[in-house]
Design a protein around this ligand. Structure first.
Ligand code: UDP
Length: 237
């Protein structure tokens, strides 16, 4: 089956690297991600992957940890490098050529993020794992995902996350909240729906970048979303 998108940006939140409800890394989850990305690259789709770090540390915990916010944010960015290296290793053991590019320079283990280099890797069919977010504190990896997707000319942003799509209410608080399968950008704003942080959402909206939000646990969710099958919620103009 042909993949619908030529080049896509996949955002995997840190939870995708850990067992549900746990922190740290889970080999099986990482291998599962790698297997799906292998299918996509075999179909000729170019894949850039922005990695979250919430399974290890989020900067928002700075007060609780007694840390300065910017320091905690840098620690969060380094957490994404750890996840990125784990994914790279799993991809390579599945025979998928991969490069980790980080916005926070860690020369010993990965390349720095350089746009033209990232594009070259993508053109050569390598999975580009983008770690380190945007390299600046007070941002999230969702914002990094939206920014890199636009910068790298991706056709879509696939956001694999803990919830299986966008609901008309918080499903944890509103028992009859309904999943909304298709939305326009304006509708998300009008209805004040929670999709991703505002900076990330604004980048997608302003650049007309379609966004698919779906569950990490959706079987073959990444492959199906990339093929244009309906998974979770699609938001577009
Ligand atoms: N972070 C940051 N700047 C960025 C991206 C990430 O400071 O450009 C930090 C921030 O502290 C964040 C952490 O890295 O909480 C991990 O990223 P995120 O929370 O977005 O991961 P996810 O929720 O996707 O697992």
């Amino acid at each position: 089956m042909a993949t619908r998108y030529r080049r896509l940006l996949l955002k995997v939140s840190g939870e995708g690297f850990a067992r549900p409800g746990e922190t740290g890394l889970d080999g099986e989850r990482v291998r599962g991600l790698a297997e799906q990305l292998k299918v996509l690259t075999a179909e000729g789709v170019q894949v850039a992957c922005v990695i979250g770090g919430g399974n290890i540390l989020r900067g928002a915990r700075s007060a609780e940890l007694g840390l300065d916010r910017a320091t905690a944010d840098y620690m969060g960015m380094l957490a994404t490098v750890i996840n990125g290296l784990a994914l790279c290793d799993a991809l390579e053991s599945h025979g998928v050529p991969t490069r980790v590019l980080s916005a926070v320079e860690v020369h010993k283990v990965c390349e720095p993020f350089i746009r033209r280099r990232a594009l070259r890797h993508l053109e050569k069919g390598r999975v580009v794992v983008l770690a380190g977010g945007l390299g600046s504190p007070y941002f999230t990896t969702d914002t990094a995902a939206a920014q890199r997707a636009v910068e790298l000319g991706c056709d879509v942003l696939l956001k694999a996350t803990q919830v299986d799509g966008v609901y008309d209410g918080d499903p944890r608080q509103v028992p009859d909240a309904r999943l909304l399968p298709r939305l326009g950008f304006a509708e998300v704003l009008e209805r004040r729906l929670r999709v991703m942080d505002q900076t990330a959402f604004a980048l997608c909206r302003e650049n007309g970048l379609p966004l698919v939000v779906f569950g990490l646990d959706e079987p073959d969710g990444i492959v199906r979303a990339a093929r244009g099958e309906h998974v979770g919620t699609i938001i577009h103009d």
